[in-house]
Design a binder for this molecule. Structure first.
Ligand SMILES: CC(C)(COP(=O)(O)OP(=O)(O)OC[C@H]1O[C@@H](n2cnc3c(N)ncnc32)[C@H](O)[C@@H]1OP(=O)(O)O)[C@@H](O)C(=O)NCCC(=O)NCCS
Length: 144
């Protein structure tokens, strides 16, 4: 599997992942939002024959950077794709001379939460009603 920077040519492949990741909340990113992320932030894709995962790193958030999104096509869950992506995110943030990576995640997203915990992230704050439907988010953070 290859992890590489995304370009606008990857929009369709990333949208397939958005539709097939099994993200547990109603909200899904639109193609325009993904395009905005590619223009303004740092987007990586994980690629086999096709794109099987992507993530978005926002360079500036508080005193570090933020992993704005990480999603893997559900047919590839449990194979270490997210693990490789987040390792790359951490390397990228260190190269930007930031030493913290933050992630906001719905409190009920147990799978993603156990993944962040395993990768050494700590729950820093509860952000009440962070999502448009009123659900709460945990703010996770790792010192790199
Ligand atoms: C969260 C997500 C990105 C993990 O992707 P993944 O490629 O399946 O993760 P990995 O294979 O790298 O697994 C890493 C760890 O995740 C956890 N994990 C994987 N499968 C799991 C499962 N079925 N149940 C609970 N935890 C699981 C484990 O801690 C696992 O480590 P292990 O393999 O040593 O047990 C993926 O489930 C996903 O795309 N979910 C929908 C989108 C989403 O919720 N994104 C996060 C938003 S905050």
């Amino acid at each position: 599997m290859r992890i590489r920077k995304a370009t606008l040519n990857d929009l369709a492949g990333i949208m397939d992942v958005v539709r097939n990741s099994g993200y547990p909340l109603q909200h899904q990113y639109s193609q325009d939002t993904i395009k905005f992320f590619i223009d303004r932030h740092i987007v990586f894709v994980a690629e086999e024959m096709n794109i099987v995962g992507y993530m978005v790193v926002k360079e500036n958030f508080r005193d570090g950077s933020e992993l704005e999104s990480i999603e893997v096509d559900n047919r590839f869950h449990g194979k270490g794709v997210a693990d490789q992506l987040i390792e790359r995110a951490e390397q990228t943030v260190k190269k930007l001379k930031k030493n913290k990576l933050y992630i906001k995640c719905w409190t009920g997203n147990l799978r993603a939460s156990s993944f962040y915990e395993k990768k050494g992230y700590k729950k820093l704050e509860l952000i009440k009603a962070y999502y448009s439907d009123g659900k709460d988010a945990n703010l996770w953070c790792k010192e790199l």
